[in-house]
Design a protein around this ligand. Structure first.
Ligand code: PLP
Ligand code: COI
Length: 363
């Protein structure tokens, strides 16, 4: 039986003026809408108690398993307003399916795709005015579904109670510099994920594990860290929250193949599918970090960019490591191919181009 979400209205929602103020400068992940969705799963009863309620603090026992053993997964997708005022999301079924794969890996309950999409619709039914108006640049409403072990129990085993939540946050550029290329640091001391681990799951623990590498990057004047395979420290994997692409001189669009320790990005997958229409040959393979260093020097690599829901497509500039660096190929605001891919993707998401792939779902 599918979940229903009963509405409990926020008695003090933000005013239209306050929303307009936030929409004028949303930043990323700092402002939240008036409501949230919540549902509870128990081992005996399955999913139930679905509700849309005022956004606010959760009540959690200090013994809740998630606080001790990090049994938590999440998703990230956006709601876009089109010129006619309608609101759409991009491949939400793919997010639902990835969340189910993450759930299996972290031993959390799977939320069926229909319930996942219904939860988005239930929240948008009350918080639709929070989706930024059309024509205000690349602003959207970032949707953050997550599931965590809410059972108060300190034994190490899969929890018998879990909570699903959905919150939403108006979003502008993920990086304050907008399209300014980001500088990357090769994380040699810290891996984000390893063989047989949880790297392919969108699990909170992976992000905790990426932070020391990111901090090391920041201490070395970089914006983000790039993680290598943990076994050999040879092959490029991804960033803490984005996949990576390389454009070659002969128009190949190359990205690290999925090894089990890389997140299967939905943006990544979509870009691979868009590549031929932009005159690019997509290629998924293992990429030695040395190939990046040499390719920039020889001119073999013409552009590098990172991609993900939050960051969309962000040009990558200089690469640094202990004792060396490779210069940027990105110019001021990214190379021509990076910009063309970014435009092609955003045009579909904002309804400015025909959705020939069937990627958009009306909310
Ligand atoms: N890699 C990691 C580690 C991420 O957190 C994300 C963001 O979701 C991505 C890649 C890109 O995935 P997607 O394009 O589905 O947002
Ligand atoms: C996203 O792009 O949706 C992410 O989850 C990346 C980051 C904000 C963690």
């Amino acid at each position: 039986m599918s979940l229903t979400f009963d509405l409990h209205r926020n008695s003090s929602p933000a005013s239209a003026e306050r929303r307009a103020q936030i929409h004028a400068n949303p930043g990323f992940g700092v402002h939240f809408t008036d409501h949230m969705v919540r549902a509870v799963w128990t081992k005996d009863g399955g999913w139930g108690d679905g509700r849309v309620e005022p956004y606010g603090p959760l009540q959690l026992m200090p013994s809740a398993a998630v606080l001790h053993y990090a049994q938590e997964i999440f998703e990230g997708l956006k709601a876009y307003r089109h010129a006619d005022g309608s609101v759409w999301s991009f491949r939400p079924e793919a997010n639902a399916e990835r969340m189910q794969r993450s759930a299996r890996r972290i031993a959390l309950p799977e939320l069926p795709t229909q319930d996942f999409v219904e939860s988005l619709r239930a929240l948008l039914a009350v918080d639709e005015p929070w989706v930024p108006p059309a024509g205000t640049g690349e602003t959207s409403l970032y949707l953050r579904p997550f599931t965590f072990a809410s059972e108060p129990f300190l034994g190490v085993r899969p929890a018998n109670e879990a909570t699903y939540c959905l919150i939403a946050s108006p979003a502008g550029a993920y990086f304050p510099g907008g399209l300014k290329p980001v500088t990357l640091w090769i994380s040699q001391h810290y891996a984000r994920a390893g063989a047989g681990g949880t790297g392919a799951a969108k699990a909170g623990g992976n992000y905790a594990s990426s932070l020391a590498g990111q901090l090391e990057g920041i201490e070395n004047g970089c914006d983000q860290a790039v993680f290598l395979d943990s076994s050999t420290q040879t092959y490029i994997e991804e960033l803490g929250g984005m996949n990576l692409f390389f454009v070659t001189r002969d128009n190949h669009l190359v990205t690290p193949e999925l090894t089990g320790s890389i997140l299967e990005g939905i943006t990544r997958d979509s870009i691979l599918e868009l590549a031929p229409s932009l005159g690019l040959t997509p290629q998924e393979r293992r990429i030695p970090i040395q190939e990046w260093k040499d390719g920039v020097a020889s001119g073999e690599i013409s552009e590098v960019f990172a991609c993900g829901t939050a960051a969309v497509i962000t040009p990558v500039g200089e690469l640094r490591w202990e004792g060396g660096s490779a210069p940027s190929t990105a110019g001021e605001g990214g190379g021509e191919v990076t910009k063309a891919i970014r435009t092609a993707l955003l045009d579909i998401q904002y309804g400015r181009a025909e959705d020939t792939h069937g990627w958009m779902t009306r909310l």
